[in-house]
Design a protein around this ligand. Structure first.
Ligand SMILES: NC(=O)c1ccc[n+]([C@@H]2O[C@H](COP(=O)([O-])OP(=O)(O)OC[C@H]3O[C@@H](n4cnc5c(N)ncnc54)[C@H](O)[C@@H]3O)[C@@H](O)[C@H]2O)c1
Length: 414
């Protein structure tokens, strides 16, 4: 039996993934609305294929926990997939993780059974060793005989959660002195994916290595695009596509990150890049690359708004095409569109209309900008005087065939 804390993109996918391979899994979440939707077999977010697995596994191998204590007592392995958002100075905020650990420890009580606690949430390197382990030790006696602590960082991409989870490239497990943890090996055996046991700090570090490199490639591409724009007469999308044709890049899925746009957004890259920068700073290390990766990204709303401003006057309706942080997802957290709309509004432009194939309502509810949202692509083309592509949905690829109005393509789709 496995218990999973947090039923968001990572937790729900993890719980259903383990259920799919025959394990009994309890899911716990503090968000009642989210649990109510799941009980009705509805996903709380857009994620392809996950609805099919939910439908198959709910109340079969996957259960929304009704009695948390009983679930924890019943489980050999407890996974933590709760959010680790931005803290005050850019560091990772571990409040939700501590809450879930507290809840676990309170339920363990006198239970003598050994438990493996696995942190899947992204936490900065050294957190397990220097903070979580001492925290648990201070709360519970005879730790060694009762609890084994592990990390298992997750590398899935939103929009592809299911395929990335069940066909992961590698499973990384951090444990004390790289010790193999039999039950985790057993859980993952049916996945047929190579498993690597590494030190706690290494497991945590690899996740940041991955996300900060992706952020760096994006900021690099945006900086190059800015240079090209200022020089003029450079076709930026052609330049990058021709770069990708070099055989050293060929067939490499990373090319989507070596491409300009509106800056990286979403839940992970901004917070994780900032968290590692903040950790390095606290350690007294200069990290000029990370510093400017972040600065370049933070400047993107201004850069994009400057370009928009060159083409508009204040009486024009600006039509924003795309509100989610990337195509294929309805997640609007840290979406570039929101930062750009905010910047435009701060410059006095209030005739803004938005359209997204899936994220209109979520965006409106999350940001409360008080702008109008259009129900269809045709409606926004009709209403706006100028169209601005901020998310690379396929629907926008041929927009120039649908209208003679000016289109500013900040995703270089054309
Ligand atoms: N989203 C991604 O693409 C992705 C990829 C890899 C790793 N991660 C990492 O995984 C973690 C989770 O990310 P996510 O995108 O799934 O977040 P999310 O916001 O979608 O989900 C987190 C869930 O945890 C729940 N929660 C918070 N505190 C809780 C508690 N004490 N008990 C039970 N539930 C609780 C929330 O209600 C929410 O449903 C983060 O650390 C993130 O950085 C995310």
């Amino acid at each position: 039996m496995i218990t999973v804390f947090g039923l968001g993109f990572v937790g729900l996918t993890t719980a259903l993934g383990f259920a799919h391979f025959g394990h009994k899994v309890y899911g716990i979440d503090i968000n009642e609305q989210r649990k109510a939707l799941l009980r009705q077999r509805q996903l709380p977010f857009l994620e392809k294929d996950l609805d099919i697995v939910l439908n198959k596994e709910l109340n079969n191998n996957f259960f929304i926990a009704e009695d948390i204590k009983a679930s924890i007592e019943d489980s050999e392995v407890i996974y933590y997939c709760v959010g680790t958002p931005y803290g005050e100075n850019g560091e990772a905020d571990l409040t939700y993780l501590y809450q879930a650990i507290d809840e676990t420890l309170a339920c363990l009580g006198e239970c003598g059974k050994e438990k493996v606690l696995v942190i899947k949430s992204t936490i900065p390197p050294s957190t397990t060793q220097n903070r979580i382990l001492p925290y648990i030790k201070s709360k519970i006696k005879n730790l060694e005989s009762k609890i084994i602590l592990a990390n298992n960082p997750e590398f899935l991409r939103e929009g592809h959660c299911w395929e990335d989870f069940i066909q992961a490239d590698r499973i990384i497990i951090g444990s004390a002195m790289k010790k193999e943890i039999g039950v985790l090996k057993e859980i993952y055996t049916p996945f047929d994916i190579p498993i690597y046991f590494v030190e706690h700090n290494t497991a945590e570090f690899i996740k940041y290595l991955s996300n900060t490199l992706l952020a760096t490639m994006i900021s690099y591409s945006n900086e190059m695009a800015s240079i090209a724009y200022k020089i003029g007469d450079i076709n930026i999308s052609d330049s990058f596509h021709l770069l990708h044709m070099d055989k050293r890049w060929n067939n490499c899925n990373m090319t989507s990150y070596v491409y300009p746009g509106c800056g990286y957004g979403g839940y992970c890259l901004p917070k994780d890049t900032n968290a590692l920068y903040s950790l390095a700073k606290n350690k007294g290390i200069e990290t000029p690359i990370l510093k400017y990766v972040i600065e370049t990204n933070d400047n993107m709303p201004k850069t994009v708004s400057d370009h928009i401003e060159e083409s508009i006057d204040e009486n024009m309706y600006i039509g924003i095409l795309g509100l989610s942080f990337k195509p294929g997802s309805d997640d609007v957290r840290e979406a570039a569109s929101a930062k750009i709309i905010k910047e435009l509004m701060s410059r006095g432009y209030d005739k803004i209309v938005g359209y997204d194939p899936v994220a209109n309502d979520i965006f409106e509810h999350y940001y409360k900008f008080g702008i109008d949202y259009m129900g269809t692509l045709e409606d926004i083309i009709h209403k706006a005087d100028i169209l601005v592509i901020l998310t690379a949905w396929n629907d926008f690829k041929n927009i120039k065939e649908l209208t003679t109005k000016k289109v500013l393509d900040f995703r270089y789709m054309q």
